[in-house]
Ligand binder design. Structure first.
Ligand SMILES: [Zn+2]
Length: 749
């Protein structure tokens, strides 16, 4: 059969070579030696169509009059066609006229006199070449895609290069990869990048758009997925970019086409400059997905661990460059002001829980919040003494600073040092004006405070932040410094050529922060730590903790924890007030526990709430008893129940009324592979007891088919032996407002 196919192929390629609009060329398919890896020899039995198998995933490329398009993306195992009836072009290139700034778009499926598909059997690689644009204005612009195949994983691995020798039309944005996926039926879901990750069942029915600019706190990782776990089919779509370059990542529902579009849009490095080409940062991976969000996270994690520049070194005890106390912390409080106000309250909290406590200290400086940055000194009276007093009481004080902003009027209403010193190092729009932001704070003259976004590549800003942080460590003895916004705010497309980085797009933003943080980490005392806001992934190696305060969304799943649990300490949901505050408190604390976060951050007064304080305290106590799972282990697949738990809804007050519905019983699993032990957490945040049977696959944990010893772990640290015949079908009773924690030790693996 193979011989026959290659003969057909040879004949067809010979025939197609005379066609000027589209070519298929197979190099070496007749004469080359057989490759050792399974070949992804194209099937060209239908004229004008090339089928390429990748295990159970089969892509069909089709020639169209002026280009090439994807005609099918088939899961041959289940027979499920994944591609929408109206597919998206393989790529779109947005070009800009260097004079008029007019924008025009070239796509893979139109606008080319030449579109060539070639296969090299020796390299087992497909190459798609697009050249000679039909619009003469774009002469000199050509695109090359390479496609490698992972037959074991069922994956297509794409790379892309764009050449541009055109003196007038410059590259601006490149959209690749992008795929429109069809409705995968009852039970189908889309995984999108929102905070910790969200799993949405309504994307095919709603014109919803979820995602944003990466890397940022709301678009933290570089992959999406659509899948139907019931049918066992779906697609993972990832940009495996080891530098974390700036890009927009979106999932968008198109109900009129019964499709969901997953797109990655790259602002080009040196965008708008004539004669500048483009190379995809890293590769794009399309992989057959037979599970759900957790399986998608494992595909991404496997790449991150091996290739991402931000994956930290992990020893047997996790992040050994993070002080042990930080890895172990169970709870965080957040308040601020002068020491005389906050120190007694924070000490009282720590004494009440009788456990180590982190304290995020706001407004320790005399300047107002979000005003006169970055002039944080002098400190308020008593700060130094307050830090010492707290540390003596088992509290770890961590003051707030901002890592991004400089006030244009940085001494009251006066422009003191901004224009004189800072302006050259501020990010700039294309017209040369500084990129600025306002957050509602007011100058002394009543005007809004306007803050410039500083460019992290500049030595001025790198040194400024370093000096503030080291002064806090060395002169005031703080345990950590929180540097706001680094992993929250997406990069600005800075066009200031004097900074020496590529203009606009590229990986330079993250590299600037890496350099800044490298210098701080090298100079800081070893027993201190650094944290930042939110959870954009590419700074993990340089920070000890991420403030997950914004994990407040409906439909969240702990995908970020599944990828990064053990690689960075997560802490600090925003706890708010409102009519259902106590239920919201229990939901947040329970979710934090199963997501592997340190519990908090709330004001110390949370312990006064008779309704929710006992549950919150249980979460803190268990977080402490079980801490090693979270800093030297990793997340396993959250267990399910044979009968679904009821749901609860509360107003989380993230922004005005903010209703969030979750299961009444939140579940999580963590394991320490090197110790063969697994932790199952079942947190009933509701007022109703819940009884069910566990429904899980032992293969997902450490206790697959082996003798087990199990125990119930109580908040006070005591353990009760647990008699279990079959863990995967164990009956479980979870009283109202309580957490069941089971530790399961396997004898051997
Ligand atoms: Zn810059």
């Amino acid at each position: 059969m193979r011989r026959q196919k290659s003969t057909d192929l040879h004949r067809l390629s010979a025939a197609l070579l005379v066609c000027t609009t589209w070519h298929l060329f197979v190099a070496g398919s007749v004469y080359a030696a057989r490759p050792k890896v399974p070949a992804s020899r194209p099937d060209v039995s239908v004229p004008g169509r090339i089928g390429i198998p990748a295990g159970d995933l089969r892509i069909v490329l089709q020639n169209v009059e002026r280009g090439l398009r994807v005609a099918s993306l088939l899961d041959t195992g289940t027979g499920q066609e994944l591609l929408a009836a109206e597919p998206l072009p393989l790529f779109s290139v947005v070009l800009r006229d260097t004079q008029t700034k007019e924008l025009l778009t070239l796509t893979a499926d139109s606008g080319w006199k030449q579109a060539l598909a070639a296969y090299s059997e020796t390299r087992n690689r497909h190459t798609l070449t697009f050249g000679n644009p039909t619009d003469d204005r774009f002469a000199g612009i050509g695109v090359e895609l390479t496609l490698d195949v992972d037959t074991v994983a069922g994956a297509l691995i794409w790379d892309m290069k764009i050449a541009n020798e055109n003196p007038q039309w410059a590259l601006w944005h490149v959209v690749f990869p992008q795929v429109a996926l069809r409705d995968l039926g009852e039970g189908a879901k889309v995984f999108a990048q929102v905070t910790s990750g969200v799993e949405l069942s309504t994307m095919w029915a709603k014109a919803d758009k979820r995602g944003g600019t990466y890397p940022g706190g709301w678009t933290a990782m570089q992959y999406m997925a659509a899948y139907n776990p019931v049918r066992g089919t779906g697609l993972y779509l990832g940009m495996h970019d080891p530098w974390g370059s700036t890009k927009d990542i979106f999932a968008q529902g198109w109900p009129d086409k019964q499709a969901v579009a997953l797109t990655f849009d790259h602002p080009v490095p040196n965008m708008g400059k004539p004669g500048v080409g483009f190379e995809l940062p890293g590769v794009a991976r399309w992989q057959l997905l037979r599970g759900d969000w957790f399986d998608a996270a494992m595909i991404y994690r496997n790449w991150v661990v091996n290739d991402a520049k931000w994956w930290p070194s992990l020893g047997p005890d996790g992040r050994e460059d993070t002080p042990k106390w930080m890895r172990e912390l169970p709870a965080w409080v957040m308040t601020g002001g002068p020491a005389s106000d906050c120190v007694p309250k924070v000490k009282a909290f720590a004494q009440a829980i009788a456990l180590p406590t982190g304290f995020h200290w706001y407004n320790w400086h005399e300047i107002p919040f979000d005003n006169d940055y970055p002039h944080y000194f002098p400190v308020k009276d008593g700060f130094s003494e307050g830090v010492a007093e707290l540390k003596a009481a088992g509290v770890y004080p961590m003051p707030y600073i901002n890592g991004r902003l400089w006030d244009l009027h940085d001494k009251g209403a006066e422009d003191w040092e901004f224009t004189k010193t800072a302006r050259p190092a501020a990010t700039k729009d294309e017209d040369g004006s500084p990129c600025t932001e306002s957050y509602g704070s007011k100058e002394t003259d009543g005007n809004s405070v306007t803050l410039a976004v500083m460019c992290p590549t500049t030595s001025l800003w790198q040194n400024q932040v370093r000096d503030i942080v080291l002064r806090l460590f060395n002169d005031y003895g703080v345990s950590g410094v929180y540097i706001d916004q680094i992993a929250a705010a997406a990069p600005r497309l800075c066009f200031d050529a004097s900074h020496g980085h590529d203009l606009g797009g590229g990986p330079w933003w993250t590299e600037g922060y890496w350099k800044m943080l490298d210098a701080i980490r090298a100079a800081k005392p070893a027993d201190r730590m650094l944290t930042t806001e939110c959870n954009a992934e590419p700074y993990i190696k340089w920070l000890d903790g991420y403030l997950t305060w914004h994990w407040q969304n409906q439909d969240m799943v702990p995908a970020f924890s599944a990828v990064y649990g053990g690689a960075v300490q997560m802490f600090g949901r925003a706890y708010r007030s409102g009519p259902t505050q106590d239920l919201a408190n229990r939901m947040k604390a329970g979710q934090q526990l199963v997501y592997g976060e340190q519990i908090g951050w709330f004001g110390p007064e949370i312990l006064d709430r008779a309704d929710s304080a006992p549950f919150v305290r249980d979460c803190i106590a268990l977080r402490y008893q079980l801490r090693e799972y979270f800093y030297r282990g990793r997340m396993a697949r959250p267990p399910r129940f044979a009968t679904p738990a009821p749901t609860v809804t509360a107003d989380w007050q993230w922004s005005n009324e903010w209703l969030v519905t979750t299961d009444a019983v939140l579940t999580g699993a963590w394991w320490i592979p090197q110790d063969n032990k697994t932790l199952l957490l079942l947190a009933n945040v509701s007022d109703t007891p819940f009884t069910s049977r566990l429904s899980l696959n032992p293969k997902d944990y450490t206790f697959s088919g082996k003798p087990i010893a199990a125990s119930v772990v109580h908040p006070d640290g005591t353990r009760t032996p647990l008699a279990l015949d079959a863990i995967d079908q164990a009956n479980v009773e979870i009283p109202a407002r309580s957490i069941v924690a089971w530790e399961i030790q396997s004898a051997d693996r």
